[in-house]
Design a protein around this ligand. Structure first.
Ligand SMILES: Nc1ncnc2c1ncn2[C@@H]1O[C@H](COP(=O)(O)OP(=O)(O)OP(=O)(O)O)[C@@H](O)[C@H]1O
Ligand SMILES: [Mg+2]
Length: 139
């Protein structure tokens, strides 16, 4: 477990270090209240992963798929609006796990029953002040 405190100005330095430290992982679960900074973190992290497509919040789409410069993909999910794990199965979540792509999940709790046995990185975001956020990282 480790803790990182950061401001928006420090974010790209944080995500660069994060991408390198966790380069061998492909599933990232981002927990934390609304406005805690999950989407913002993913947006900046996706630059490290050389995402070419526009990164936006999948609040309504549930799942966004982004192309990277090397031809691989990043799947960005936001499960806030889902009601149960079956809905996640219905949108093909288990097929994503077979893919070699990176998967980042906001509001991930409904996915945990489908992630048993997978190597994941869990990030817990906390809003400390208007200008600072804290992340607790578990592997
Ligand atoms: N380290 C930071 N310091 C200050 N502000 C930040 C930081 N990270 C993110 N923010 C700001 O917090 C706001 C909300 O961030 P974001 O949309 O990333 O939250 P979220 O966790 O994805 O929320 P939701 O659960 O609604 O999807 C944005 O205005 C963003 O600029
Ligand atoms: Mg978000």
């Amino acid at each position: 477990m480790r803790t990182i405190d950061y401001s928006l100005e420090e974010l790209s330095k944080i995500t660069a270090e994060f991408a390198s430290t966790y380069k061998d992982y492909s599933i990232f679960c981002l927990e934390g209240e609304m406005g805690a900074g999950k989407t913002t973190f993913i947006h900046t992290l996706c630059k490290e992963w050389t995402v070419i497509d526009n990164v936006s919040s999948p609040t309504y789409s549930i799942i966004n798929k982004y192309l990277c410069a090397n031809g691989s993909y990043v799947y960005h999910l936001d499960l806030f609006r889902l009601k149960n794990t079956q809905e996640l199965i219905d949108i093909g979540f288990e097929d994503l796990l077979e893919d070699k792509a990176k998967i980042v999940i906001e509001w991930p709790s409904l996915s945990y029953p489908l992630l048993i046995g997978e190597r994941i990185v869990k990030l817990q975001f906390e809003k400390k002040t208007e200008n600072n956020r804290k992340i607790i990282i578990f592997t």
